[in-house]
Ligand binder design. Structure first.
Ligand code: FES
Ligand SMILES: [Fe+2]
Length: 449
């Protein structure tokens, strides 16, 4: 330790501390041409709730790029470079045409795929139309969300298709919330289950349920395109195991919002199917579906009219609370935005509760470096792109009383591993009901009297 470092260990050592909040550029920067930006550009991402796109062109920014989303006169959604290929006027002022969008400045018209279809001021002999191709990206609408693919067309992956998207009797309600911070801060929150007993329970009062106050037993599992983990705790004679999904690069699912672990159940499903979509380095969307179904919310506690643009029906996910409430009861939104526009990893001190965060960063870094070497990132879908990808997000509750004098955390871990194995062993079963029955058959014998 040199003199300077030794001084920084003394009381009142602020003067000696490094004042530079160094940015982990490799993970944080998402603009065109950056390593993480290229990584993101290999996947489909939701970019806007369909209901936000009206008759007028909609300017938006994704992955550091200024774009305009519009619906042409034939009802087809287009996503193009915001600045006109003629002399750069914003196409947010464009005029909708049957097959494209026309710039208001000199009337050039671009098709949804970027072809120039009219240059009205040019002479009839002009070859301009053939020569000029405007930047455009592919889009798809699905269940109230508009998705886009920003990568090389030849490498377009299949559209994301998960088991939750195939679930019968499940109402997927879109929501979208802005955070003025780097994407990774939000993504990491999902891999950090240890914040729950503190931020949501012990620090400033119970935000969800009392039972969240116990330090959970966490077990991370790697899968080909990400992670899932078990998050387990005791509720009386029950062990309640929540499973979380985290798939590359920015997809996550949690357990049920209203589960308390007080009754035996098998394979309850996730309440949130969620993407963290970078707008630019210091702004991010959470774009998601709330999964509403009778089985996972039998008491009907979900509030459908509180789900949508800049809102979702559980505490602390948006800026839209009073300042007083935010400072007396900070929620998830305040946690990730509170880390600053871009958190400085160099200044953190990761501890044993940060294993998930460390695993996530390592996997992103490895995938980004591989891509730089020409190795494609793992696809989001199953190899065949036809069957839905199996996810695990949701809850299982088993009756396994604590053993007198035993190590209860070790018992909880042991049961968690059995649950994880049962989920893995059934992952090839596409039908949700059949998979649940198979999980029940595997796990029912774990229950004790
Ligand atoms: S700037 Fe768009 S047509 Fe001229
Ligand atoms: Fe949280």
């Amino acid at each position: 330790m040199d003199q300077h470092e030794a001084s920084a260990q003394q009381p009142f050592s602020g003067y000696y501390k490094n004042k530079v909040r160094e940015v982990d550029d490799e993970l944080a920067r998402v603009g065109p041409g950056t390593p993480a930006g290229e990584y993101f550009r290999r996947y489909w991402h939701p970019i806007l709730m369909t209901e936000r796109l009206g008759a007028a062109p909609y300017p938006l920014r994704v992955l550091g790029e200024d774009l305009v989303l519009f619906r042409n006169g034939s009802g087809e959604v287009g996503l193009v470079d915001r600045y006109c290929s003629h002399r750069g006027m914003s196409l947010e002022f464009g005029i909708i045409e049957p097959k494209g969008i026309r710039c208001a400045y000199h009337g050039w018209c671009f098709a949804n795929d970027g072809r120039t279809i009219d240059t009205p001021g040019e002479p009839p002999s002009s070859r301009m139309k053939e020569r000029v191709r405007h930047g455009a990206y592919k889009v798809r609408e699905h269940r109230g969300l508009i998705f886009a693919y920003f990568g090389p067309p030849a490498l377009e992956p299949p559209f994301p298709f998960t088991d939750m998207m195939a679930l019968a009797d499940n109402d997927m309600v879109p929501w979208q919330i802005h955070s003025p911070c780097n994407w990774l801060q939000i993504a990491e929150n999902n891999m950090d289950p240890f914040h729950t007993p503190f931020l949501h329970t012990r620090m400033t009062g119970v935000q969800f349920e009392n039972i969240w106050g116990e330090l959970p037993v966490i077990d991370y599992h790697r899968r080909p395109n990400g992670f899932f983990y078990t998050n387990a705790r005791r509720n009386g004679d029950n062990i309640w195991i929540r499973l979380f999904d985290h798939l590359l690069p920015n997809f996550s699912q949690n357990g049920g919002l209203f589960e308390r672990g007080d009754a035996i159940r098998y394979f309850g499903r996730t309440s949130l199917t969620r993407w963290v979509v970078p707008i630019d380095d210091t702004n991010t969307w959470v774009i998601a579906w709330r999964n509403l179904n009778q089985r996972d919310d039998p008491e009907g506690r979900s509030k459908r009219d509180e789900i949508g643009w800049e809102k979702v029906d559980f505490y602390g996910q948006t800026a839209h609370r009073s300042h007083d409430q935010r400072i007396t009861q900070p929620g998830d939104w305040d946690a990730w935005v509170g880390q600053g526009p871009i958190n400085s990893h160099a200044r953190e001190n990761l501890g044993s509760t940060d294993q998930g965060v460390a695993l996530l960063r390592r996997l992103h870094r490895e995938t980004i470096r591989n891509l730089q070497k020409g190795i494609d990132p793992p696809p989001f879908v199953r190899g065949d792109g036809v069957r839905p990808i199996a996810t695990h997000g949701g809850d299982t509750v088993l009756r396994v009383p604590a053993r007198p004098g035993g190590d209860d955390r070790a018992l909880i871990l042991e049961v968690s591993k059995k649950v994880a194995q049962a989920y893995l062993d059934t992952a090839e079963i596409d039908d949700d009901g059949e998979r649940r029955s198979a999980i029940e058959r595997l796990l029912a014998p774990v229950n004790e009297k």
